[in-house]
Design a protein around this ligand. Structure first.
Ligand SMILES: [Zn+2]
Length: 231
């Protein structure tokens, strides 16, 4: 039974975890790429550090703003749907009753029983029943913009801090190499944790996240080197 219990919680946990892992992932890839790109242009270590810190702050802000806007508009849509539903429940309750019953019939419930189920659910919480079964809005999906924005910004910052910390510990001549290798390692570990917690295939997730990270760093390193020699 405890196995069933933990599975029940998987979906709600995945929502948060997915956002956190994605944010940290973004933080590692974009900051590491930035650092590697600037380092490849033969910049001094202090300049690399400034670029990295600026990248962390800019990225965290951009994540927060983007997430806030996206989740807000999702929340607006949900609120508008709920308001319309509330109005329909008030003005045409009998139509709504049959509408809900029809949904259960489509899912395989026998018509008379479906109407009984609809009546009993609506007697307790009519809007809740319609929100769940007609609109697909549940507590899990109810959008929380501020929370989402703060989580993303925090996750991005934690991710970005990892390659940034490598700038301090790396010997100056090996900056790009140290940051790249360490960041790919961070990405792999993060990808494995995310996959494990989300119940997904660990190896596939790890390879995928490491591949895209390596590609991003290789591209910015190449561009950094070209720009560095051109100037
Ligand atoms: Zn309805």
């Amino acid at each position: 039974m405890s196995r069933l219990h933990s599975e029940n919680h998987l979906v709600s946990r995945v929502g948060w975890l997915r956002a956190a892992v994605l944010g940290a992932n973004d933080g590692i890839v974009s900051t590491a790429s930035l650092i590697v790109g600037v380092a490849a242009a033969n910049a001094a270590a202090s300049n690399v550090l400034v670029a990295g810190v600026a990248g962390l702050v800019a990225g965290a802000m951009s994540m927060a703003a983007g997430e806030y806007v996206s989740v807000s508009s999702q929340s607006d849509t949900e609120q508008a749907d709920l308001a319309r539903e509330r109005g329909e429940l008030a003005t045409q309750p009998d139509f709504e009753r049959h509408e809900l019953a029809e949904i259960y019939v489509k899912r395989g419930v026998e018509p008379t029983l479906a109407l009984q189920v609809a009546d009993q659910l609506m007697a307790k919480d009519a809007l809740g029943a319609h929100a769940r079964d007609e609109l697909g809005i549940s507590e899990v999906t109810t959008a929380k913009p501020i929370q989402a924005a703060l989580t993303s910004a925090a996750a991005f910052s934690v991710g970005a801090a990892m390659p940034l910390a490598m700038v301090f510990v790396s010997p100056a001549d090996w900056l790009a190499a140290t940051v790249s290798v360490a960041s790919l390692l961070f990405l792999a570990v993060l990808g494995a944790i995310g996959a494990k917690a989300g119940g997904a295939n660990v190896l596939r997730a790890t390879v995928r996240v490491t591949f895209w990270g390596a590609l991003a760093m290789a591209l910015t390193a190449g561009i950094g080197a070209v720009v560095g020699t051109a100037i």
